[in-house]
Structures are given as structure tokens and as C-alpha cells.
Design a protein around this ligand. Structure first.
Ligand code: NAP
Length: 297
């Protein structure tokens, strides 16, 4: 195993993804803005870098997994950023979910330094990151994809090269339109079941395995019934992804009326200080409109 890996951004997702690279036997150098979040991985055998530039200087492939577009721009282009330390021939793999247009611009900036880039956003939640079962949608040059594939396979199960720079991010945003559509359908259905006076646990059993079933319903409806709002994916990050969807849709001139409505409903949750709850807290926005709650009073 010759490629030395760097990892920048050890949040909910990055922790599990980086741990799986260590398990696969890769030499790993990590950096996180909040240094304490590096400790677990260092204890497991990773080296701590002083900065994103230092991580890049010590690595052949640098993986980035931070929050939003300006954050990726900061860790790649900033003083002490990845591109400051990267040698020509380095490959940068961005696993964050960010703007497809900004991704194309970052790939062009990297190319001027002889650095290749892939956008490789992920789906599968914190559970998928920890288990190494993520779906990873990859945009960029075929040769860079082939080079990154063994590394991506250490972190994910379904790896798909979907096109050129930015295509991975576009497909990730497609994924997010489906996620929130499934989420609002689940929340409306449970609210309707509550109003209809039926047993919610029996309703769940009756409908989750048929044509109405979904990952969202299977995994998050039980949480709603328990009124457990702990996040796999936070309201704030969900809102960020819907902003990216609506910006891209605006650039493309395509109407997404339902996604736009869901974006506004998530905003009501943020306005109430619920941004760190799980994305299934969308149920609370509908409960507020209906004037009653789902589950035990
Ligand atoms: P998270 O737990 O909030 O972690 C965010 C990470 O980004 C932290 O390491 C944070 O550092 C770092 N960061 C943020 N802004 C930064 C900046 N300006 N400079 C340097 N570091 C910065 O988020 P996450 O859930 O791991 O998500 C990471 C990415 O994966 C996001 O783009 C998200 O949309 C995507 N994603 C998440 C999930 C999920 O289920 N959680 C699923 C699929 C995709 P600090 O520790 O210092 O704050």
C-alpha cells in the first residue's frame, strides 16, 4: 500500500471515514480545526498534522470532509491550506457536500498547481461512515477516479463515477431532493395517522415494508414515535444542502416547488433554535401547523 493519505475534517463523518482508512492499513496524517477531535485517531495510529498544508506535504492523496462551500475553500485555498503544501501529482478528494459550481472552480485552481481533484460527496449518515458502507458519488477525471478507488472502497460500499468535475456534487443534491421528499411524506403520514386515531406502532408495521416503505421511514419514523430528535444528520446541514439545491436549480432555471417549501419549513425549525436536532424534526414544523403532536401526549 504505497499511497500516503491525509484527512482534513474529523467531524461526525470524518471520524468514521478516517478510522476505516487506518483499519485498511493506510498511513494516515490528519488535521482538524478543533485539535481535540484528532486525539482518538492519533491513539489509533494516525499522525497529527500542524495544518492542512502540512497534511498535504506529508500525503499523496488528501481527503477533505468539512461543512460547507466556504469551509472547503478555506482549507484548500487559505494560508496554510492544502494547496500551499501539496506537491504536483497530489490528488485531493473532497467528500464534503458543497456547490457544484464552486467545485469546478476549485478543481481549476488545483489544476494550475498540478494537483488533481475529485468531488466525492457521500451518503449513508454517521452509521454508514462508521461501518464503511457509504454511497460515494464521484466527479472528475477517470484516471484520478481509478487512482482513488481503493481508498474510496475502504470508506464506502457503493462507489459510482458519475461524470466530470461537479457531477458528484450534482448527484449528491439529487440525493438530497429525494431525502427531504421522503422525510416530508413520512412526517405528513404520521401526523395524519395521529389525527385518524390509529395505533402508530401498528401503522408503522403495516406500511413500512410495502410500496410506501423507504430508508427514511424505516430508520426515522421509530425515532419520531419515541420523540427522539437526536441527529444522524442535523437540521442545519440539511438546510445547507437544500440551499445548495435551490441555488443550483436557480442557475439551471428548473422549478422545484416542493423542495422550496421544505426549505422554508426547515427555516422555521432554525428560527426556533432547533438547528442541531435531526432532520426528522421536520415533523415539528408540521405539528406546529396542525396544532397537535405525534405520539404520546
Ligand atoms: P460536522 O460533524 O459538523 O463536522 C464538520 C467538520 O468540518 C468538523 O471537523 C469541523 O471542524 C470542520 N470545519 C467546518 N468549518 C471549517 C472551517 N472553516 N475550517 C476548518 N474546518 C472546518 O459535520 P459532518 O456531519 O461530519 O459533515 C461533514 C460533511 O459531510 C458536510 O458537508 C455534510 O453535509 C456531509 N455529510 C454529512 C452526513 C451526516 O449524516 N452527518 C451525511 C452525508 C454527508 P471543527 O471540529 O473544528 O468544528
Amino acid at each position: 500500500m504505497t499511497e500516503r493519505i491525509g484527512f482534513v475534517g474529523l467531524g461526525i463523518m470524518g471520524q468514521g471515514m478516517a478510522a476505516n482508512l487506518l483499519k485498511a492499513g493506510y498511513s494516515l496524517t490528519v488535521w482538524n480545526r478543533t485539535a481535540a477531535r484528532m486525539e482518538r485517531l492519533v491513539a489509533e495510529g494516525a499522525r497529527a498534522g500542524e495544518s492542512p498544508a502540512a497534511v498535504a506535504a506529508a500525503s499523496d492523496i488528501v481527503i477533505v470532509c468539512v461543512s460547507d462551500t466556504p469551509d472547503v475553500q478555506a482549507v484548500l485555498l487559505g494560508t496554510d491550506g492544502v494547496l500551499q503544501g501539496a506537491q504536483p501529482g497530489t490528488l485531493v478528494v473532497d467528500c464534503s457536500t458543497i456547490s457544484p459550481q464552486a467545485t469546478r472552480e476549485l478543481a481549476a485552481a488545483a489544476a494550475t498547481r498540478g494537483v488533481a481533484m475529485l468531488d466525492a460527496p457521500v451518503s449513508g449518515g454517521s452509521e454508514g461512515a462508521a461501518k464503511g458502507t457509504l454511497s460515494i458519488m464521484v466527479g472528475g477525471e477517470p484516471a484520478a477516479y481509478e487512482r482513488a478507488l481503493p481508498v474510496l472502497q475502504a470508506m464506502g460500499k457503493t462507489i459510482t463515477h458519475v461524470g466530470g468535475h461537479g457531477a458528484g456534487q450534482t448527484v449528491k443534491l439529487v440525493n438530497q431532493v429525494l431525502v427531504v421528499g421522503n422525510c416530508i411524506a413520512m412526517c405528513e403520514a404520521l401526523l395524519f395517522a395521529q389525527a385518524g386515531g390509529v395505533d402508530l406502532a401498528k401503522t408503522y408495521s403495516a406500511v413500512s415494508q410495502g410500496a410506501a416503505g423507504s430508508w427514511m421511514f424505516t430508520n426515522r419514523a421509530p425515532q419520531i414515535l419515541r420523540r427522539d430528535w437526536s441527529p444522524g444528520f442535523t437540521v442545519d446541514l440539511q438546510q445547507k444542502d437544500l440551499r445548495l439545491v435551490l441555488e443550483a436549480a436557480d442557475e439551471l432555471g428548473v422549478p422545484l416547488p416542493v423542495t422550496g417549501l421544505i426549505f422554508q419549513l426547515y427555516r422555521t425549525l432554525q428560527a426556533q433554535g432547533l438547528g442541531s436536532e435531526g432532520n426528522h424534526a421536520l415533523a415539528k414544523a408540521l405539528e406546529h401547523l396542525a396544532g397537535f403532536t405525534i405520539g404520546p401526549a
